[in-house]
Design a protein around this ligand. Structure first.
Ligand SMILES: *Cc1c(COP(=O)(O)O)cnc(C)c1O
Length: 354
């Protein structure tokens, strides 16, 4: 077993922090001084180390570049006034990462590397965690196959890395969404529940075409009827109907089990709001809207946290949501912010101290 203290650290000669203004820093563009790097070969993980952030050298035949064994996670860390660093629910991400790994026929990553590696890396680059309001350090663990071979088979070697990116407030502008009726993100038996790179690659064209039509994102539907609702872009989706929060269930394996989704379900229940995880289709939404019973639509995910939806388009119908009256999503957003900042007691143990 590898404990955090045993992970070797090779420090950068001179930190870049002084040259990187953290205030309002854009999402995902700047990276900290160090990264965690671990290699898998011969059936085991070896050489786990923290090294200066920098380019990787890869053989052009690197398997992941051709056959797509590549998975990732997205997590956020915060720092309080006293300098303590906290990560939001990292064990949930670790578990999900390993589910993605198994589906993609990749080795799992043990806690000693994923969690303890994260602890070690954040410890080294702690000063990079922005302390300004609504700022965070975005944590990106990822793994890909590294065999240098064009034969199609699961790779025998893999690289696991964690990189860190300070980020400013993510302004979740109210979104205009169009129901996707041509492309499919996920089908039963597929890889929709895994956070693999290919799911993102396969979704970009739909988002681009939605933008050309004047929308921000698509609402994904099932592969067969294009009626059953799945996710909004790369976020989970919630519908407030008749005071009940409805979100698509995870049963078919077509939906990514978001950590924010799970947190939101817990908070909704605490707020006394009934939550239904079930199949939900566009006709039900249209009918509820027609009767004035559809009151809120929103997306959930680590980057935007709670993303308001102001318009949903389906064929000739346009569902306009009044965001001046969006009490549920506003309360969820405020409570999650309060838990992160320490203003509200963390009764669920979501904030993991580094
Ligand atoms: C990452 C992701 C989400 C959100 O998951 P969180 O754990 O809440 O960040 C939702 N849908 C898809 C497709 C995703 O990749």
């Amino acid at each position: 077993m590898i404990a955090a203290r045993e992970i070797q650290v090779e420090k950068i000669a001179k930190s870049r922090l002084a040259d990187t203004p953290l205030e309002n820093i854009p999402f995902g563009r700047y990276f900290t001084d160090h990264m965690l790097e671990a290699d898998y070969a011969g059936g085991e993980w070896k050489s786990v180390k923290v090294v200066p952030y920098g380019p990787l050298q890869l053989d052009p035949s690197t398997a992941a570049l051709h056959y797509g064994q590549a998975i990732f996670e997205g997590i956020k860390a915060y720092r309080d006034e006293t300098g303590n660093a906290y990560v939001f629910r990292p064990y949930d991400n670790w578990e999900r990462f390993n589910k993605s790994a198994l589906r993609m026929n990749m080795p799992t990553v043990p806690e000693e590397i994923f969690i303890e590696g994260m602890r070690k890396l954040i410890g080294v680059d702690k000063e990079w965690i922005p302390t300004m309001k609504e700022h965070a350090l975005y944590i990106r663990p990822f793994m890909f196959s590294t065999d240098a071979l064009l034969g199609v088979r699961p790779s025998e070697t893999y690289k696991f890395l964690i990189i860190l990116s300070p980020s400013g407030p993510y302004f979740a502008a109210p979104m205009k969404i169009i129901v996707e009726e041509q492309y499919t993100r996920a089908a039963p038996g597929g890889v929709g529940f895994s956070k693999n790179a290919g799911n993102y690659g396969g979704s970009l064209l739909a988002a681009t075409e939605a933008k050309e039509k004047g929308y921000d994102q698509v609402l994904w539907t099932d592969a067969f009827e294009h009626k059953w609702l799945q996710e909004v872009g790369m976020m989970n989706v919630f519908f407030m109907m008749d005071g009940v929060a409805v979100t698509p269930s995870l049963d078919e394996g077509t939906i990514l089990a978001g950590v924010t989704r799970s947190s939101v379900i817990t908070l909704l229940q605490e707020m006394g709001i009934r939550v239904e995880e079930r199949r939900v289709n566009i006709d039900e939404l249209l009918a509820a809207y027609g009767k004035g019973r559809l009151t809120e639509l929103f997306g959930t995910g680590t980057a935007a946290v709670i993303a308001p939806i102001k318009e949903l388009r389906y064929k000739d119908f346009s569902l306009e949501m009044n965001l001046d009256k969006a009490p549920v999503q506003n309360e969820l957003r405020a409570r999650l912010a309060a838990i992160r900042s320490g203003a509200e007691a963390d009764v669920h143990g979501w904030m993991w101290k580094v």
